[in-house]
Design a protein around this ligand. Structure first.
Ligand code: HMG
Ligand code: MG
Length: 298
């Protein structure tokens, strides 16, 4: 039997916008967060406290966090790659921070300019500092289903990084298919490794839809009990350090699937489509979400 409830975290304001070349106004980012929470999203990834030289679009991190109107019951998360990012991140009062590394050495070098082992060393004081401030820590494991530089990634490679992350005190883990090459059995194998070390409620699937497999992989994850997923409204996004990678699975498409399965999300699909239409308008393009296009065409 499938889980009766699913938690959806919208990563649109962060993962969705980080790769946009043209600057998106701080007020538009805050407006997107407002529309998402009004549509019923309970978890939103707002911004990144990374180097502005590496990801210019996230340079207004502090301003965005100050501009959002916090809604009770909604949790706001931000990315933190190192200690330098921790102080401003904590000052912005997130509910959760996200550290990020990868199952692939080559991708880790391209994305955060260090080895996997060095990334874990860097995280130790970040995790400690966040916990001391009462803030939960999630870790993203990029390239868990394949790497743009190294190709195949095995479940053993996934577990080899999941395990030390847990030992460092990370509370939750995101199994991320950065370039969308995962297929159901492979996804289940990676999830099983994560579930060996983390409680089921703390394991999330983060699927980019580059090869059109994301919804299928989400369903495959439900089959092994995973009930927390990331999605990006309108299907926005792409990773600056993974050429050709497209956005996350669209939140609208995920909600439509879960509605059809009778699985509770607490999200109002029509309002979610409106949120996607808003940000797509700001970016001057159509939503990538198939469900949004169908709803808007009616
Ligand atoms: P580095 O160049 O090795 O770091 O970058 P450094 O310590 O040598 O510092 C270089 C400069 O950056 C210095 O400034 C630092 O002060 C500054 P300068 O002296 O040259 O003026 N700096 C910072 N500024 C602001 N905030 C900071 C910070 N740290 C250093 N936190 C670093 C290392 C990790 C900083 C860099 O590689 C970086 O920022 N990488 C982030 C890349 C990124 O954001 N990628 C996208 C997010 S991850 C993702 O999308 C995947 C995910 O969605 C899951 C999936 O799909 O796979 C989560
Ligand atoms: Mg991502």
């Amino acid at each position: 039997t499938l889980p009766s409830h699913v938690k959806i975290l919208d990563v649109g304001p962060r993962d969705g916008l980080q790769n946009e070349k043209a600057n998106v106004a701080t007020e538009h980012k805050a407006q997107l967060v407002a529309l998402l929470q009004d549509a019923g999203l309970k978890e939103i990834e707002v911004t990144s406290f990374v180097s502005p030289k590496w990801v210019p679009q996230m340079a207004d991190n502090t301003a965005v966090m100050a501009a959002i109107t916090r809604k009770p019951g909604v949790r706001y998360s931000v990315l933190v790659p190192n200690l330098k990012g921790l102080e401003p991140a904590l000052a912005s009062r997130p509910d959760e921070i996200l550290v990020f590394t990868a199952a692939s050495e080559a991708f880790t070098q391209k994305n955060i300019n260090c080895s996997i082992a060095e990334s874990l060393e860097r995280f130790a004081p970040v995790i400690e500092g966040a916990h001391a401030a009462g803030v939960k820590v999630r870790a993203a494991l990029s390239c868990a289903l394949g790497c743009p530089y190294e190709g195949e990634i095995s479940a053993d490679q996934v577990e080899a990084v999941v395990k030390p992350l847990r030992a460092l005190g990370v509370d939750a883990i995101d199994i991320a298919d950065t370039i969308g090459v995962g297929t159901p059995r492979k996804v289940q194998a990676a999830m099983e490794r994560a579930l060996k070390h983390f409680p089921t409620a703390e394991v999330s699937g983060h699927f980019h839809d580059t090869y059109g497999q994301a919804l299928t992989n989400l369903y495959a994850s439900l089959e092994v009990g995973v009930h927390s997923f990331h999605a990006s409204v309108a299907g926005l996004g792409g990773c600056p350090y993974a050429k050709g990678a497209t956005g996350n699975v669209a939140t609208e498409d995920v909600v439509f699937l879960l509605n059809g399965l009778g699985i509770e999300t607490g999200i109002d699909l029509d309002r979610l489509v409106d949120a996607g239409a808003f940000i797509s308008g700001v970016l001057g393009r159509e939503p990538v979400s198939r469900v949004a296009r169908a709803v808007l065409a009616k």
